[in-house]
Design a protein around this ligand. Structure first.
Ligand code: DP6
Length: 360
């Protein structure tokens, strides 16, 4: 598939009014997307677990305009209130996707959106938010082209979501989604996420993710700025190469259920992501003292108990604790007893891998 495959032929007729709702989850990357080229093309391939409970629900109401103007017409309601500060991001998204959905300026949209996770919890909402909106727009397109296949629907939803936020393209389906061209993964693409196509051991099918809310404040450096700092970064070339190698190594890990090697790759990816931030110019640190306290406690617990617990990090201070479902009871006990003290207001969110977005 190329970009031009997502440009539609003329629509026969367009509905005048309607509404659609999608609930789309967040995802947690095991191999990280960090660095991008023009048009939201990733500098390296990545793979993630799709989550279930950390999700955005978006309703898109559409009404055909009597007079079509030059601007996109939409209102944005976030958790019941108009939210002007979100509009520029949506405006940019509409500009990027207009050639793939040429009807956008013919409608007035009301976008009502809310997150399942607490506001400003430091959990990135761009993946779930942009994928939910992309899916709503795809449902509208599907009503214009009812013959569209489910495969194409999902592929184009992922393609559009990517243009809103790179990691959003990994939130359409689940439980393991790969995005970015990787020589050893058949069907992989820079344009959209694909379901991981090879054998996956049972242990990875219901992996658990408990998100420890270490710092709920605004990030000092946004992901967009962080991605840009990978241009001219002294270690970028090797980092991109390493991501390819990690993806290749994970194929055997997923097949065999090799948790030891899984832990090694996932933790190395998290620390490399943050090492890239610390060695950017300007350099910066998003981890907090409690991020390190948690990492050290996890390492100590793992050594003492031989648990298969591990951690990963996003572009922030929060820690994602990953573990097999069979260890849920013990690990949750450990989190409650040892790790909750490092969280703001002792807050953490229990989530697990899931199958992707749902139409409500
Ligand atoms: C650290 O997808 O938020 O979470 O494409 O600029 O919207 P934009 O970036 P974004 O970057 C997320 C990066 C990451 C790693 C990952 O999810 O792979």
């Amino acid at each position: 598939m190329t970009e031009s495959d997502f440009i539609p032929s003329a629509y026969l007729q367009k509905p005048t009014t309607g509404s659609v709702t999608w609930k789309s989850p967040s995802n947690i990357a095991l191999v990280k997307y960090w660095g991008k080229k023009e048009h939201q093309i990733p500098a390296n391939p990545s793979i993630s677990f799709t989550l279930v409970d950390c999700a955005t629900t978006t309703t898109l109401r559409y009404e055909k305009l009597a007079v079509i103007g030059d601007a996109f017409q939409f209102d944005l309601i976030f958790e019941g209130q108009p939210k002007a500060s979100f509009k520029p991001k949506i405006e940019t998204f509409f500009e990027r996707i207009e050639s793939y959905l040429p009807f956008l300026k013919e409608y007035h949209f009301t976008i009502e959106t809310s997150n399942s996770f607490p506001h400003s919890s430091g959990i990135a909402s761009s993946a779930s938010g942009m994928s939910a909106l992309a899916l709503c727009l795809m449902s509208l397109e599907k009503s214009l082209k009812p013959e569209m296949s489910d495969t194409f629907f999902n592929q184009k939803a992922s393609f559009l979501a990517r243009l809103g936020s790179g990691s959003a393209c990994r939130s359409i389906e689940g439980p393991l989604i790969q995005w970015g061209e990787h020589e050893e993964t058949a069907g992989s693409s820079d344009l959209y996420g694909v379901a991981y196509p090879y054998e996956v051991h049972e242990v990875f099918k219901d992996f658990q993710d408990t998100i420890l809310l270490v710092d709920k404040g605004e990030k000092q450096v946004s992901s967009s700025v962080g991605h840009n700092l990978m241009h001219d970064h002294p270690y970028a070339k090797n980092r991109f190469k390493q991501a390819h190698q990690h993806l290749t190594a994970l194929q055997e890990v997923f097949k065999q259920g090799d948790l030891k090697r899984f832990i090694e790759i996932v933790e190395s990816e998290a620390l490399t992501l943050h090492a890239m931030m610390m060695t950017s110019l300007p350099y910066y640190i998003l981890m907090k003292p409690n991020t390190l306290n948690i990492i050290n406690s996890i390492w100590k617990y793992r050594k003492e108990t031989e648990s298969n617990i591990c951690f990963t990090l996003d572009a922030g201070a929060n820690v994602h604790v990953l573990y097999p479902k069979s260890e849920k009871h013990e690990v949750l006990g450990f989190i409650k007893k040892e790790l909750a003290q490092y969280c703001q207001n002792q807050q953490y969110i229990c989530d697990e891998t899931g199958t992707g977005a749902k139409k409500l």
